[in-house]
Design a protein. Structure first.
Length: 742
């Protein structure tokens, strides 16, 4: 504990460090090894007099006299770039920024002149913004930074004659709060202090009797600690004065729900609830906007009293929202969620969201309302229950204090009784089946049954969510009603489909109703610790089941009876999904992973198909002798065509080179030289550079030529690799169309 906290190798910028508090910060950091840029414009306390280099230079001299390292900078904080550049030019990096520069232009509000308002804002708020803005890319790039904002008790509590200054200082605090969130992922911490100290700025404002208590040196160690690499605090506000420091946080009364049902409250409702609105007996201290908003929504639904007794009044030592709750009461409630109305367009949009493509003619029926077999993918069945999920949790768990940011979708199960219509109005009833105590969290099992307009049961859906941090409430840990995930057989998969997702996949899927910004907003995703917005788990789920349908049901939705999957790792849009499948009787086990990272994103998955499902469309057996390839005979036919029909050669005038593979190895090479005279087919490589090189497996080549495999689909799914002039691939029909029967 006695180890000195040092800043060796760190570079700090302290703005307004030519005197007062800033000078003390600079001296202390330098005395502990930091290299410091001492910034100060050198003007008067009101920002009126012209600048001078003296203030900054004096402090730099003091630091150097003590053996420290420092340079001066005389720019205004409004020239943030130049200040940061001084750090980079002098020391090569920037680790610490203290936004300390400040001026005062006190006037009562009546006399406040707009230039006085603006000038104070320009130095405090705009200046802090501009220097931080310049520092941010350096800190982000090095994944490290410590930023200190300087606010004031005048902002926190207000101060007569300081409307301009109070407003600017609270602006600085708000800026710091958001930067702490945006910087978290990059090791950038940002805190705010409201110091009090004697300085030229406070001349005449603080009583002389307390001068010795309020030396700026008393504040500096606290500021320095927040700037040390060992301090992990971020997004907090502290008051510091006289060798004392304390944290300041927001306190909110439990408040009052003002509306009855969905009615807009009246002004009188506000008046009549005033005592409750302002009663701090059961106050709360929220630490983020999401908590604050979900609290307001929960309270407005009239659930306040029960919850407060759990959180604040209960003798229970557990912080789980289920502690002290009669869970049986929750199980007895059924909620019928708002009818789910959808049209053909929604069915199509969903299919696009799970990667269905018009390039595969077999999938067109999911994408075109004019198709004779137009139908809805079976995984669409997740939508009616998911849409009702949040309102349901709020209603069924009205006496439980749930923070929705902590809810994770863990598993999904579907049972399909009838094919889903392509449009209609569905109703869904949801019930909580069980709540399990898993210590690190609670597992909430919700069962949903969806009916069509004729009240016929269409599907059953089981949604398993994990509520982080809600365990240890003394509940059951063993599941009774969960449809469990199933491990695949212990053998190599029978069949595998790889499919590259689109970069816009999440942007499309969200239009089916899950508008969580995590899937579209990079900054929001960064707060959750993701490098970019992630794909919806249910989109990956839909892709995987589509792969199973491709291989085992010939895309017939009526053959899909049950589906299960557990979400394990996120997928990024643009990544390639690899669905491995094993067939055992009527069950197709599947597991989905990301080719680029190897991460497994869905585990324990299975699709139960109606008996009579297709046998897997696996590639021809590897035991086929490579000396006799199925494609050989096609190439011979191509050779005959080009030799006997010179117009083919004239039309294409190119050198085609094919590499035919088996089990991933190139086993045959063919060149069709249409530039030669006469045009020629030969086994082996071309003499010069080919215009196009096509790599494809023997079986896929046969399928391609016979029309079973779509060329574009094969290309996009990696079965067909093309180098060179891609247009020539599209013209290949001229060589392969209507070849004599093999
Ligand atoms: P100070 O007046 O001694 O220091 C402020 C420094 O900022 C001065 O050296 C000044 O030349 C410099 N400066 C002003 N405008 C600048 C600009 N545009 N660019 C670069 N430098 C500029 O005042 P003090 O008391 O040390 O204040 C430091 C910070 O602490 C200020 O942000 C102030 O608002 C804040 N603060 C101070 C309190 C106190 O009790 N002293 C109370 C609450 C907040």
């Amino acid at each position: 504990m006695n180890k000195l906290l040092r800043f060796d190798g760190r570079v700090a910028v302290v703005t307004g460090a030519g005197g007062g508090l800033g000078r003390c910060y600079a001296l202390l950091l330098a005395s502990r090894g930091a290299s410091v840029v001492v910034n100060d414009l050198g003007g008067d306390p009101h920002g009126s007099a012209p600048g001078s280099t003296r203030l900054a230079d004096n402090v730099v001299q003091e630091i150097r006299n003590q053996g420290g390292s420092a340079v001066s900078n005389y720019d205004s904080v409004e020239d943030g770039e130049k200040i940061v550049q001084t750090a980079i030019d002098s020391f090569g990096r920037l680790d610490i920024l203290i936004n300390n520069a400040g001026i005062l232009r006190d006037r009562s509000f009546l006399k406040m002149a707009t230039p006085d308002w603006d000038m104070v804002h320009r130095v405090h708020l705009r200046g802090s913004y501009l220097v931080t803005k310049a520092a941010w890319p350096h800190m982000r790039k090095q994944n490290y930074g410590r930023i200190l904002m300087v606010a004031s008790t005048s902002g926190i509590y207000g101060n007569f004659g300081q409307s301009n200054y109070s407003a600017a200082k609270m602006g600085v605090f708000g800026l710091g709060n958001t930067l702490s969130l945006e910087g978290a992922k990059y090791g950038i911490n940002c805190n705010t202090i409201a110091p009090t100290a004697i300085s030229r700025m406070t001349e005449g404002l603080l009583p002389t009797a307390v001068e010795k208590d309020l030396k700026p040196e008393f504040v500096a160690p606290f500021a320095a600690y927040l700037c040390h690499e060992s301090c992990q605090e971020t997004g907090k506000l502290f008051e510091v004065a006289s060798g004392w420091a304390g944290r300041v946080r927001w306190e909110k009364s439990a408040g009052a729900g003002l509306k009855k049902g969905d009615e807009i409250p009246s002004i009188e409702d506000v008046r009549d609830n005033w005592a409750k609105i302002t009663d701090f007996t059961n106050s709360v201290h929220h630490t983020n906007s999401a908590e604050a908003t979900s609290f307001a929504i929960e309270k407005s639904r009239g659930t306040d009293d029960a919850k407060l007794s759990i959180n604040y009044g209960s003798a229970s030592t557990s912080s789980s929202p289920f502690a002290g709750i009669d869970i049986q009461k929750i199980f007895s409630r059924t909620v019928t969620v708002k009818p789910f109305q959808y049209t053909d367009r929604d069915s199509i949009l969903y299919a696009l969201g799970v990667g269905a493509k018009v390039s595969d003619p077999a999938q067109l029926k999911f994408l075109y309302e004019g198709h004779s077999d137009f139908c809805t993918l079976p995984t669409f069945a997740v939508l009616p229950s998911m849409e009702g999920m949040l309102p349901m949790v709020q209603e069924v768990m009205k006496d439980v204090d749930i923070h929705y940011a902590n809810l994770l979708h863990g598993e999904q199960y579907l049972e399909l009784y009838k094919p889903l219509p392509t449009s209609g109005t569905l109703t869904t009833e949801i019930k909580i089946a069980e709540i399990l105590d898993k210590r690190t969290g609670a597992v909430i099992v919700a069962n949903a049954t969806t009916y069509n307009e004729a009240k016929e049961r269409l599907c059953f859906s089981q949604i398993i969510t994990f509520l982080k941090g809600a365990g240890r409430f003394g509940g059951e840990s063993k599941a009774k009603f969960i449809k469990p995930p199933m491990s695949p057989p212990r053998r190599a998969p029978d069949v595998v489909v790889e499919e590259k997702t689109s970069l816009d996949q999440a942007a499309i899927y969200r239009l089916s109703g899950d508008y969580n910004p995590l899937h579209i907003d990079a900054d929001f995703a960064a707060v959750g610790g993701f490098a970019q917005p992630i794909l919806h788990g249910l989109s990956t789920f839909g892709h995987s089941v589509r792969h199973v349908m491709e291989k085992f049901t010939n895309y017939d939705p009526s053959k899909v009876k049950c589906i299960k999957g557990r979400f394990s790792r996120p997928v990024l849009p643009g990544h390639t999904l690899r669905t491995e499948m094993w067939k055992a009787d009527n069950r197709v086990f599947f597991q989905t992973s990301v080719v680029e990272t190897g991460d497994v994103s869905i585990t324990g998955g299975y699709v139960d198909i109606e008996s009579g499902g297709e046998e897997p469309q696996v590639a021809p057996s590897p035991s086929v002798q490579t000396s006799e390839l199925s494609s050989d005979v096609i190439f011979e036919a191509i050779g005959n065509r080009v030799r006997s029909n010179p117009s083919v050669a004239r039309q294409l005038s190119a050198v085609y080179f094919w590499k035919i593979t088996k089990d991933g190895n190139v086993v045959r090479e063919w060149t069709v030289d249409l530039k030669a005279s006469p045009p020629a087919l030969k086994r082996g490589t071309p003499d010069g550079k080919p215009d196009i090189t096509l790599t494809i497996s023997d079986g896929d080549f046969v399928d391609l030529v016979s029309g079973k495999l779509n060329g574009q689909k094969a290309f996009f799914e990696g079965q067909l690799k093309i180098q060179g002039n891609v247009m020539l691939a599209q013209k290949m029909d001229v060589l392969t169309k209507d070849l004599p029967k093999l």
